[in-house]
Design a protein around this ligand. Structure first.
Ligand code: HEC
Length: 157
């Protein structure tokens, strides 16, 4: 059993470090000539599935949000997620903001069931972790605050 866990950690380490999708966040949206909402139901893997379509992120850390997010983390997330790259039940959070967009992270955090059913990256994690992340019933504010705490953990000042 120990061996399996170690293997899992190694596998995750590789998966976590191997992702060459660092510039996901920088992708510019192609200008569209119409202003109507995109009703296309096809899945957008950068955004994920859920209510968050556009998250405003400031270049510098929003300290109050990060502090509130740290509290949410210790109550609701820390049992399964470490702040290093090491896997616990779920993946470690180091560099998570480089692996995913803010929208993806906040959608996953508030809507894990649908994302685990639809999202290729989430499904790959599930194969490694073997546990479906339970819905933590986060409020929108909590999701945003936890995201800010992740940015702090990734070195944003
Ligand atoms: C019971 C354990 C558990 C708890 C508690 C938990 N998670 Fe997870 N989380 C997981 C697992 C397991 C995965 C990997 C996907 C899967 O297998 O479901 C995951 C994946 C994630 C991911 C994607 C990680 C990546 O590297 O791509 C995010 C984001 C996330 N969780 C956020 C949260 C937040 C925010 C909280 C607290 C509000 C939380 N999780 C609480 C188990 C948990």
């Amino acid at each position: 059993m120990k061996k399996l866990l170690v293997l899992c950690i190694i596998a995750l380490g590789i998966a976590a470090c191997g992702g060459g999708d660092k510039d996901d966040k920088k992708e510019t949206t192609t200008p569209t000539s119409s202003t109507e909402e995109n009703e296309n139901p096809s899945y957008d893997p950068k955004r994920g599935a859920g209510k968050f379509t556009k998250v405003d992120v400031s270049p510098t850390l929003e300290v109050a949000k990060a502090d509130a997010g740290e509290k949410v983390y210790s109550v609701k997330c820390g049992a399964c997620h470490k702040l290093t790259q090491e896997k616990l039940v779920g993946p470690g959070w180091k560099n998570i903001t480089g692996r995913h967009t803010a929208e993806w992270i906040m959608n996953f955090a508030t809507n894990p069931d649908e994302m685990l059913n639809k999202d290729p990256k989430a499904q790959a994690m599930l194969e490694i972790c073997l546990v479906r992340m339970p819905n933590q019933n986060l409020s929108d504010d909590d999701a945003r605050n936890v995201y800010e705490f992740m940015r702090k953990n990734d070195g944003v000042k």
